[in-house]
Design a protein around this ligand. Structure first.
Ligand code: PLP
Length: 452
């Protein structure tokens, strides 16, 4: 059976339904509405199997930072496959692409973070982080420092470790999660949860939950705190300005490692190489994935502070690693992606052109009567759909009903946006032009309007 792009959509749908179990997809809904088949993409536009052009305001899954169709990456992959398609990095071996990638990451990472441990995804990298920080504290003679504090509504991956660090209730309700030793505090979502407090006060209050948790558990029991600089899959939650400085103070004063999950915020999303730089955070570990290759190859990893790496290196073997840790083809593609970001001045484009334009265009959505909490930071933006923006009210319908309807109207209007509950969010390719941003926002407006 020859299955190609040229088959009728209905035949492809039938085959998909017969054989493919989808991640994060409601089975009955898939059957009823049919799956959407994407056949090709260029720049910020996807083409589906019916020939429709759709503006991808989500960069795939928050990852296609340099946009689609960059053939340089394909050429680099082909060259690397011919030269050395695979070799591992276990047992005292290495290869040139992974040496080059680790060295390049050290150049762009914050001062003193010159070591990288590789995986193939953000989930795997966060699994690494769980084991790494616990092993680190044991090596430091503090084996009881094991608990990792995370946040409710956070997303840190889908493996047992990643999903346990995450604070997604529906995920915890399936498959025996979370694993022991992980504690979740509240997120700094002022619009939805701030009540009568002003944002500054609320940011401090939410940060201080970390300190309360450390004091309750005992400083000698807590290994690390993990959070995204800006929460992505939680709904693009941009914390109040008071939040991160207070978190940093607490981690420093209580000797808690700070893990910044940069899977979404990294590689230009905020206009800096890393969200930690934009938020003025000094992490001990940064989780990376997605934008490191712009999604063209699966790469994840942990960028580790030198003081932590030195302890690990001085304490024998870390019994941990993946067959594809530092895969040569993936590493070569990552390097080429980082070269493009640097040479085409993508960070400057974000800071000076795309992000200011997005902020202005996105603000227009706030004129819609059903839209509140219009926010953007770098190339991340979100709004809350609401029946009453003055009261910051939620809909009476089950959470997400309105958001899902809006997401469907987005597709019908030629734009991919995501809904998290009744929040609508975007994360477009960093190379998007001002004209494309205007098209995206016009389509988003129409979709929102048709939702009600
Ligand atoms: N961490 C964050 C912040 C993410 O957004 C994601 C994925 O969306 C992950 C980790 C997991 O990455 P992956 O899907 O590559 O395993």
């Amino acid at each position: 059976l020859q299955i190609t792009n040229h088959m009728p959509t209905e035949d492809l749908r039938a085959l998909d339904a017969a054989h493919h179990l989808h991640p994060f997809t409601h089975g009955a809904e898939l059957k009823e509405k049919g799956v959407r088949i994407i056949t090709r993409a260029r720049g910020v536009y996807l083409t589906d199997s019916d020939g429709n052009e759709i503006l991808d305001a989500m960069s795939g899954l928050w990852c296609v930072n340099i946009g689609y169709g960059r053939t340089e990456l394909a050429e680099v992959a082909a060259r690397q496959m011919r030269e050395l398609p695979y070799y591992n990095t276990f047992f005292q071996t290495t290869h040139v692409p992974v040496i080059a990638l680790a060295a390049r990451l050290a150049e762009i990472a914050p001062e003193g973070m010159d070591h990288a441990f590789f995986a193939s995804s953000g989930s795997e990298a966060n699994d690494t982080n769980i084991r790494l920080v616990r092993h680190y504290w044991a090596a430091m003679g503090k084996p009881d420092k094991q608990v990792i504090v995370s946040r409710k509504n956070a997303y840190h991956g889908s493996t047992m470790g990643g999903a346990s660090l995450g604070g997604m209730q529906p995920m915890h309700a399936q498959g025996g999660l979370p694993i022991p030793g992980i504690v979740h505090i509240d997120q700094p979502y002022w619009w939805g949860e701030g009540g009568d407090m002003d944002p500054a006060e609320f940011g401090l209050a939410r940060a201080r939950q970390l300190e309360q948790t450390i004091e309750e558990l005992g400083e000698d029991k807590v290994a690390a705190f993990i959070a995204e600089p800006i929460q992505g899959a939680g709904g693009v939650i941009i914390p109040p300005e008071t939040y991160w400085p207070e978190i940093q103070r607490i981690c420093d004063e209580h000797e808690i490692l700070l893990i910044a999950d940069e899977v979404i915020c990294g590689f230009g999303r905020t206009g800096e190489w890393f969200g930690s730089q934009a938020m003025n955070i000094r992490p001990d570990i940064m989780t990376i994935a997605k934008g490191v290759t712009s999604g063209y190859q699966p790469v994840g990893g942990s960028i580790v502070r030198d003081t932590v790496a030195e302890v690990l290196n001085a304490h024998g073997e870390f019994f941990h690693g993946y067959t594809y840790s530092g895969h040569p083809v993936a590493a070569a593609v990552a390097l080429e992606n980082l070269r493009i970001i640097e040479e085409e001045e993508v960070l400057r484009h974000v800071r000076e052109v795309a992000a200011p334009h997005l902020a202005r265009a996105w603000a227009r959505l706030g004129e819609h009567p059903m839209v509140g909490d219009v926010q953007s930071f770098g190339m991340l933006a979100g709004v809350a759909l609401t029946p009453d923006k003055e009261r910051r009210a939620a809909f009476a319908s089950p959470k997400g009903t309105v958001g899902q309807r809006c997401r469907e109207r987005c597709f019908a209007n030629g734009v991919v946006m995501r809904h998290v509950g009744d929040r609508m969010i975007v994360c477009p390719p960093l190379v998007i032009t001002p004209e494309e941003i205007d098209t995206m926002v016009d389509r988003a407006w129409r979709a929102i309007d048709e939702t009600f």
